[in-house]
Design a protein around this ligand. Structure first.
Ligand SMILES: [Zn+2]
Length: 247
C-alpha cells in the first residue's frame, strides 16, 4: 500500500466550481472531507480518478492488481509509456498526487475478492465500480450492501457506455441487474468511450457527495457514442435477489 498525505486545501483552487448554483464553500468543504474508493485504475478508473481529484475529493483510495501493459495505453491515460510493467496503482498515484497535492491518496495493489473487500473499502462514503470482471464486481456489490455504501456502476462495450447509481433498497443492487455474470472476454474499446463514461460516473459520485440526489438513482443511462444518442431506462429490484431481497 502506498500513501501520500496532502497539504492544506486552498479554496482559490476550487473558485470556479464554488460559483456553481447551490454550491458555495460549504459544498466544497463536504467534498474535501469525503472518502472515495475507486475499484480499478484502468479505462474507467483513470477518468474517474482525475475528475474526483480535480474536484477536490479529499481522500481518494484507488485499488488495482495489474501492471501497465502497452495495450492499455489507448485509453488508460494516467499511465505513460515509461510506466509499462509498473503497478497501475503506483503509476496512477504519481500522476494524481502531482496533479493535486492537497489531497490524501491511498494506492492499494491487490485483487478485490470476497475475503478482502471489506478491509479494502474501509470507511469510504461511496464506491466507484471501474472493474472489468464480475467476480470482483459481485464482491464489491455485497460489501456495499453490508456497509450501506452507495456504488456507482459503469461499464463499456465497444461504442456503448452504461452508468447507474446503486443504493438498495431505494434502487436495485448489481446482482438484481446481472443475476448471472456475463462471459469474460476481451472487449473492443475506444479511449473516448471509457473517458466519457468514467466522467459521467464521477459526476454521479460528486452529486451524492455534495448532498444532491444522484440523477441515475434507479435508472441506467445507456450512451451510444457512435450516434451520440442516449437512453435512460428505469431499473427495478429483483424481489428474489439472493443478495439484497432481505432489505
Ligand atoms: Zn439485488
Amino acid at each position: 500500500m502506498l500513501q501520500v498525505d496532502g497539504s492544506t486545501a486552498s479554496p482559490e483552487r476550487y473558485r470556479r466550481q464554488i460559483l456553481l448554483d447551490g454550491w458555495g464553500t460549504e459544498t466544497q468543504e463536504k467534498l474535501n472531507k469525503s472518502r472515495v474508493f475507486i475499484a480499478g485504475a484502468g479505462g474507467l478508473g483513470c477518468p474517474v480518478a482525475i475528475n474526483l481529484t480535480s474536484a477536490g475529493i479529499g481522500n481518494i483510495t484507488i485499488c488495482d492488481c495489474d501492471t501497465v501493459d502497452v495495450s492499455n495505453l489507448n485509453r488508460q491515460f494516467l499511465h505513460a509509456e515509461k510506466n509499462i510493467g509498473r503497478d497501475k496503482t503506483a503509476s496512477a498515484l504519481q500522476v494524481l498526487s502531482q496533479f493535486n497535492s492537497e489531497l490524501n491518496y491511498t494506492a492499494i495493489n491487490d485483487k478485490i475478492s470476497a475475503g478482502n473487500v471489506d478491509d479494502l473499502v474501509a470507511d469510504a462514503d461511496i464506491i466507484l465500480d471501474c472493474l472489468d470482471n464480475f467476480s470482483a464486481r459481485y464482491a464489491l456489490n455485497e460489501c456495499a450492501l453490508r456497509k450501506h455504501i452507495p456504488l456507482v456502476h459503469a461499464a463499456v462495450w465497444g461504442m456503448e457506455g452504461r452508468v447507474t447509481f446503486l443504493n438498495p433498497p431505494e434502487t436495485p443492487c448489481l446482482a438484481c441487474l446481472f443475476p448471472v455474470a456475463p462471459a469474460q472476454e476481451e472487449i473492443p474499446v475506444l479511449g473516448v468511450v471509457t473517458c466519457a463514461t468514467g466522467s459521467l460516473q464521477a459526476m454521479e459520485a460528486i452529486q451524492f457527495l455534495s448532498g444532491s440526489r444522484p440523477s441515475l438513482s434507479g435508472e441506467m443511462l445507456i450512451m451510444d457514442y457512435s450516434v451520440m444518442r442516449q437512453q435512460t431506462l428505469e431499473i427495478s429490484r429483483n424481489p428474489d435477489c439472493p443478495v439484497c431481497s432481505h432489505l
